[in-house]
Ligand binder design. Structure first.
Ligand code: SAM
Length: 453
């Protein structure tokens, strides 16, 4: 009796993974024998594990540039290139998304063994797939509901105004009945969570502002992320390589870094969070408008109110009205913006008119002055008027997470959930992730209030 040819056994026994690994071999991906891809013992589905102890600086795998999937390598690259001006959009993602729509649904695709790893996009659980009501309820105050509303509106607009007319012009390659808005939206989430961006050369003055288009990097995107990562992707002219950035013990998971990403950004872009304590990159934003509201509350009479309005007008000419001050567990990450906002919002009447006459600061208020750092230690030593503004702005921001509750209640309610193991375990996966984002941010704001009290 004829028997099926034996496939070599891979660590989780899955055929799609085996096909992918064979494809990697065929396209020249070189995998260090000390690592393997697995679906077991990882933090989330596929991931990479160390089979042996690995030293710092070892190359874990190398991917030739020809294996990357992007607008320049896809089978539809020539039509994308020819009509590139009609594919421009604010995200810059449309060409890659059209390439993915085509390659993902083509049985002949060169990347089929790679894209078949993700046959079920319904597993993606970014907040853009939650109901609006659930997002607004669970994530109020975190900045995510607003970011998702904007994403969904941009996705709809890009699809109907750019992608759909383009597909209609090329019925031999795309078909709106297959390449639907729903598939497009899932591919946007896939690009958010799985793509890479090549870092710009430092002397790339010309297009410094335009960000590099996203790339799909097979094998590198099998790696999960933690802020305390142990590997990093390096770009060379011919290939991309994953290199260990510290020693990795046998049995440990190999973690890439997706960047210095706060929990709200991890949830928004990747659909997961780290525990608020272990994410050393966690941040909370204070809108500059809250500093203005804090200054307004301090004004005792009409003339003081008017003065605050005048200072705010000046400030809005110097920074965006909807700008934010970003705070981490270690202090402010947007020092010069915070410094400018505090200085302008605390100008006396005379200083303000001098500022206006001189169209800026006098010499002794020059650039160097703007480099003041607002570390945790420095914040507690600021002059009283500045501390009061930061304190009140942090309090107003904290209040935006709730519906009239006090700031203590807003923090304590989430703290109880965090500290009660049984109650935490009863939460759904979405509730747990939302809680990690909310609580991490609230703790940063609350600590800021304590420091500036
Ligand atoms: N685990 C992914 C898979 O099986 O396809 C491969 C990594 S992929 C680049 C990014 C996705 O992996 C994220 O959107 C998230 O779903 C998951 N992920 C990455 N790091 C994670 C972590 N520390 N905790 C939970 N999920 C993580």
């Amino acid at each position: 009796m004829a028997t099926e040819p034996k496939r070599f056994k891979v660590d989780d026994g899955s055929e799609v993974l085996q096909d992918f690994l064979q494809w990697c071999d065929a396209v020249g991906v070189l995998l260090n024998k000390k690592v393997y891809v697995s679906k077991e013992e990882t933090v989330a589905d596929y991931g990479m594990l160390a089979k042996d102890n690995i030293a710092e600086g070892e190359v874990l795998f190398t991917i030739p540039r020809s294996a990357l999937l992007h607008q320049g390598t896809t089978k539809v690259s020539s039509v994308l290139r020819k009509e590139s001006s009609s594919l421009e959009s604010s995200s810059g993602w449309v060409p890659l998304l059209l390439a993915l729509l085509y390659e993902y649904t083509s049985s002949q695709s060169h990347w089929k063994p790679y894209l078949s790893l993700w046959s079920d996009f319904s597993k993606l659980d970014h907040p853009m797939f939650w109901s609006k009501e659930e997002r607004d309820r669970q994530l109020r105050g975190t900045g995510i509901p607003e970011a998702v509303d904007m994403d969904l509106s941009n996705i709809h607009q890009e699809y109907t105004e750019i992608v759909l007319p383009f597909m209609v012009r090329h019925p031999d390659l795309w078909n709106p009945e297959t390449h639907t808005l729903e598939l497009y939206t899932h591919l946007v989430a896939f690009v958010m969570a799985y793509s890479f961006q090549e870092p710009k050369e430092e002397d790339d003055e010309e297009d410094k502002k335009a960000s590099s288009p996203p790339l799909m990097v097979p094998m590198a995107d099998m790696l999960n992320h933690v802020s305390n990562h142990n590997a990093n992707l390096e770009f060379t002219p011919d290939s991309l390589r994953m290199v260990s950035v510290r020693g990795i013990n046998k049995g440990e998971e190999v973690f890439n870094t997706y960047g210095q990403v706060a929990n709200w950004q991890l949830l928004h872009m990747y659909g997961f969070t780290e525990s608020y304590l272990s994410n050393s990159n966690d941040t909370a934003d204070i809108p500059v408008s809250c500093l203005y509201k804090a200054a307004k509350q301090e004004a005792q009479c009409d003339s003081e109110q008017e003065l605050v309005e005048e200072r705010w007008e000046v400030l809005c000419q110097m920074m965006e009205e909807n700008g934010t001050m970003v705070f981490s567990k270690h202090g402010c990450l947007t020092d010069s913006e915070l410094h400018t906002a505090l200085k302008v919002l605390c100008l006396s009447k005379e200083e303000l008119s001098e500022f206006k006459d001189n169209e800026g600061w006098e010499e002794d208020h020059g650039e160097d002055d703007d480099s003041q750092a607002f570390s945790i230690e420095a914040l507690s030593k600021l002059e009283v008027s500045w501390k009061r503004l930061i304190h009140e702005a942090a309090r107003l921001t904290l209040m935006s997470y709730g519906d009239g509750e006090t700031e203590e209640t807003l923090v304590e309610r989430d703290r109880e959930l965090m500290e009660d193991e049984a109650a935490f375990d009863r939460l759904s996966s979405r509730q747990k992730r939302a809680l990690q984002v909310r609580f991490g941010q609230k703790m940063i704001l609350y600590r800021l209030m304590e420091l500036t009290n």
